[in-house]
Design a protein around this ligand. Structure first.
Ligand code: 5GP
Length: 362
C-alpha cells in the first residue's frame, strides 16, 4: 500500500464494524452449524458490497448476533487493533457500544471487560492503552502494566484509547449507565463518549442529559451529526460544542457557517459516505471544501470491515480524488494528532513519531 509508510491516526472506528470478513464468516459458520442462524443468508449479506444506510443498520444487528459473546468480543478487539497496527496506525481511538445480554450473563461492564481482555491479548505490537497516571486497580496485573509502557526499540507500537458509544435506540437511563461506566473505566483508557446508531431513531433530548453529565465529568464527546437532513438536531448538536463530530453529510448553508465558526473538527469517512449513498460522489463530498478552507478534519474508516476499506485505502482515495501529494497526505495525517482525546504526553510522543517519519519524505 502506497501510504503504509506514513504513520496514521484513526479516530472514528466502530469495533463491530471493523471485524474482518473472514472472522464474521467463521463465526456465522459456527452458529449455522448450531442451527441458530441460516449460514447462506448470512454469507450473502456479509459479502454484499453496496448497502444503503438503512441496510447497514440491519447488517449491524446481524453482526451483533455473531459477536455478542465475551470470548468473541475479546477476539475481535485483538484482531481489530492488530489490523490497524499492521497498516501503521500509531494511535487508535476505538469506539464500541457496551451491550447487555441477560441470557449469557453479559452486562455493559462485563462487555467492556471482554474488550479490555482483547487489548491485553494484543501481541503482534506493543500496545499502550492506559493513561500514564492511571490506577488500573483490579483490571490489570503488574505484568501488563509493564508491557503496556515498555516498548522495545524495534517493535511497532500503538496507542489505543476507548470511546463508549450510546446507541440512539437507548433510553436516557441506559445512556446514563454507559456514561457512568465510562467514568469508572477511565483508568483503563476510556476517554470519551460517542453518540451513534441509526440516525432516523431517537431524539436529541433523550441523550442530552447523559451527554451533558459526561461533559461535566470531563469526558470528551464526539457525535454522529448530520447523517440525514435534520436541521434542528444538527443545530442542537453544534450548540452543545462537542470536541469532534462525525460525518456532517447533510448540512445546509447555515449549519456549515456555524460549524466553521466553531471550528469543530470533523471525522471524515469517505468510503462509508459513498457506500451508504449518504453522499452521491467524491466530487461533491464536503471533504474538498473543508480541506480548502483549512477546517480541522481527520480521515477515518468508520467500519473497515463492513465497507471493505482500510485507513491506507481512505488516504489513497483522498489523494487521488482531491489531488493531494505525498507531503499533503503526511501533513493531513499529522494534523490529526491535535484532535486526539489523549493527554499531552501522548500527543508529544505522537508528534515525535511523525517528525521522525518526515525524514523519509525527503
Ligand atoms: P459497536 O458499537 O457494536 O462496536 O459497532 C457497531 C455500531 O456502531 C452499530 O450498531 C451502530 O450503532 C454504530 N455505527 C457504525 N457505523 C455507523 C454509521 O455509519 N453511522 C452511525 N450513526 N452509527 C454507526
Amino acid at each position: 500500500e502506497q501510504w503504509l509508510s506514513v504513520p496514521k491516526v484513526e479516530l472514528h472506528a466502530h469495533l463491530n464494524g471493523s471485524v474482518r470478513d473472514s472472522t464474521l464468516l467463521e463465526l456465522a459458520r459456527v452458529l449455522g452449524e448450531k442451527g441458530v442462524i441460516d449460514f447462506s443468508d448470512v454469507e450473502h449479506v456479509i459479502m454484499k458490497d453496496d448497502r444503503s444506510l438503512h441496510e447497514v443498520f440491519k447488517l449491524f444487528d446481524l453482526i451483533h448476533i455473531l459477536t455478542t459473546d465475551h470470548k468473541i468480543i475479546t477476539r475481535i478487539t485483538k484482531e481489530v487493533v492488530e489490523d490497524f497496527a499492521s497498516e501503521n496506525v500509531v494511535y487508535l481511538e476505538l469506539r464500541t457500544t457496551p451491550k447487555k445480554n441477560d441470557s449469557i450473563g453479559m452486562t455493559k461492564r462485563s462487555y467492556m471487560e471482554a474488550v479490555v481482555e482483547g487489548l491485553k491479548a494484543v501481541n503482534a505490537v506493543d500496545i499502550n492503552f492506559m493513561p500514564h497516571d492511571a490506577d488500573a486497580g483490579d483490571f490489570m496485573d503488574s505484568q501488563h502494566i509493564k508491557s503496556g509502557t515498555c516498548n522495545g526499540a524495534t517493535r511497532k507500537k500503538i496507542y489505543v484509547r476507548l470511546l463508549l458509544s450510546i446507541d440512539r435506540r437507548e433510553t436516557t437511563e441506559a445512556a446514563m449507565e454507559t456514561v457512568k461506566l465510562a467514568l469508572e473505566l477511565r483508568p483503563i483508557g476510556v476517554v470519551g463518549i460517542d453518540l451513534s446508531g441509526n440516525p432516523i431513531v431517537g431524539e436529541w433530548s433523550t441523550f442530552f442529559p447523559a451527554l451533558k453529565f459526561a461533559r461535566e465529568q470531563g469526558l470528551y464527546i464526539t457525535l454522529h451529526c448530520g447523517e440525514i437532513p435534520n436541521p434542528k438536531e444538527i443545530q442542537a448538536m453544534l450548540d452543545f460544542l462537542p470536541q469532534r463530530i462525525g460525518h456532517a453529510c447533510c448540512f445546509e448553508e447555515e449549519e456549515w457557517k456555524k460549524l466553521k465558526s466553531l471550528k469543530i473538527p470533523v471525522e471524515i469517512c469517505l468510503t462509508s459516505n459513498i457506500r451508504t449513498d449518504t453522499i452521491s460522489s467524491l466530487d461533491v463530498h464536503h471533504f474538498a471544501n473543508l480541506y480548502n478552507v483549512k477546517h480541522p478534519l481527520i480521515l477515518c474508516t468508520d467500519d473497515a470491515g463492513v465497507f471493505s476499506t482500510s485507513l491506507c485505502g481512505e488516504y489513497s482515495i483522498a489523494a487521488s480524488a482531491y489531488g493531494l501529494g505525498r507531503r499533503e497526505i503526511y501533513q493531513l495525517a499529522k494534523d490529526a494528532v491535535e484532535f486526539v482525546f489523549a493527554d499531552d504526553e501522548v500527543k508529544k510522543d505522537l508528534r515525535e513519531i511523525f517528525n521522525s517519519a518526515a525524514k523519509m519524505l525527503d
